[in-house]
Design a protein around this ligand. Structure first.
Ligand code: GAL
Length: 417
């Protein structure tokens, strides 16, 4: 405890006293992250500049690969070598797993003083705290049940945003008639599963919860799950032949450039549209995946702080504090495409999609419809998530039938639990 207080006191010195400028100069954070696309890098720059303004220098450790699959492998190697980075972009159950292993630091001094508990939704606190202590600083709230539609193509198809499966299929058929690729997609397991999040959710919150959060075998093996897989097969017929392995941001670019009609993707896709100078409701339209309005399959990017040498802790605490600053939450999230992690931040500076994200999250938070994203690590630990990824991707690529996928889902999840 005494050690901890002295750490907090050191942080206060770094934050507060201009005369300690020299000491500040020596402060740095090494940050491991996977924000390497145009929109992601632009958002990261906001954080980097903010910290540099506070005398904290930034040592960049980018590991490309959407949803952080590769980043987590690199992280394991660093921790195993006894040299963890100062701060790591991380999602959900991965954070809790590192906390369980005793690898993470303690942000209570900053979090308590700034009363994070009052403004960060409980759904996020379950992952940002462990054993009653703050271990990570949530930077945003993303969600996966979105569609990003090219506005010109939509107008040509009659202008109506689809609200159910039949309307979605009708729209995709019209895109096909227009001679564009109906669905822009990158065939990577995490992207396939991002679509699966939304498809499963469209059968109802209860179904999603029982399947992905409770991992109920009867639900995983149900006829409804088979229908969900059948829908995945149908959606696959609307992709171009070169989808395999494509990065998600290149799929976003296809919609931006009008080569494709729409993309099913989390709202980090909006960061790409914004970076390309595109305006919602003029150039593109954001809408919830048909049948999922009101519910939010969320994933919040958090910076988990690793246990590091004592002299590095003050910079960690400055970083944590900077991340939760309301003005920073606005500046960062308007660029990233996400909603703030705090519920008390004004939406005034956000575009219509940002305003919608914020309103949807507020509503879902009240109605209990904030559901952790399976695809992005907020429903299950990594082993279970990866088991689901594997089945979803093989079925999506036609290697197994829907029937086989349902059976394999039950056994793979059971083995991974
Ligand atoms: C998500 C992450 C987003 C975005 C996306 C694609 O898991 O939460 O911030 O980076 O991956 O890389």
């Amino acid at each position: 405890m005494r050690k901890f207080l002295s750490t907090a006191a050191a942080a206060a010195l770094v934050v507060g006293a201009a005369t300690f400028a020299q000491a500040q100069d020596k402060q740095s954070v090494e940050v491991l992250h996977w924000w390497t696309s145009g929109g992601e890098a632009a958002a990261l720059e906001v954080l980097k500049k903010d910290l540099e303004g506070k005398g904290i220098s930034w040592v960049d450790m980018p590991v490309a690969g959407g949803s952080g699959v590769q980043a987590m492998t690199v992280l394991r190697a660093r921790v195993t070598a006894g040299d963890p980075p100062t701060a790591v972009q991380m999602l959900g159950f991965d954070i809790v797993d590192w906390a369980k292993q005793g690898a993470l630091g303690n942000l209570d001094s900053v979090a308590d003083k700034e009363e994070w508990a009052k403004v960060i939704p409980d759904a996020l606190q379950q992952f940002a705290k462990y054993d009653g202590h703050w271990i990570a600083a949530p930077v945003n709230i993303h969600s996966t049940n979105w569609m990003w539609i090219n506005k010109a193509a939509l107008d040509k198809a009659g202008g109506k945003v689809p609200e159910n499966w039949d309307e979605l299929i009708a729209l995709l058929d019209k895109f096909k008639e227009q001679g564009i690729i109906p669905v822009a997609h990158g065939g990577q397991p995490w992207q396939d599963s991002t679509i699966f999040d939304a498809v499963v959710l469209s059968f109802g919150d209860d179904f999603y919860k029982k399947a992905f959060i409770d991992l109920d075998p009867a639900t995983l093996g149900s006829d409804t799950m088979k229908q969900a897989f059948d829908r995945m097969s149908k959606l696959r017929t609307y992709l171009d032949p070169n989808f395999s392995g494509r990065d998600w941001n290149l799929a976003s670019a296809m919609v931006i450039e009008g080569k494709a009609g729409l993309q099913f993707m989390g709202d980090w896709a909006k960061g790409e549209f914004v970076k390309a100078g595109k305006v919602p409701d003029t150039d593109f339209v954001c809408a919830r995946y048909p049948g999922t309005q009101g519910a939010v399959t969320f994933n919040s990017d958090m910076f988990a702080m690793f246990k590091v040498a004592e002299d590095k802790v003050p910079a960690q605490l400055v970083m944590a504090s900077a991340i939760e600053d309301p003005a920073f939450q606005v500046a960062f999230n308007v660029v990233k495409g996400s909603a703030p992690a705090r519920m008390d931040v004004s939406d005034a500076e956000f575009d219509v999609c940002g305003k919608k994200a914020i309103a949807d999250i507020k509503e879902a938070n009240k109605t209990g419809r904030m559901l952790g994203s399976m695809a992005h690590g907020y429903a299950d630990p990594a082993a279970v998530k990866n088991a689901i990824y594997d089945v979803v991707t093989r079925q999506f690529n036609g290697e197994i039938t829907s029937e086989e996928a349902v059976n394999e889902l039950v056994s793979a999840v059971d083995a991974a639990k």
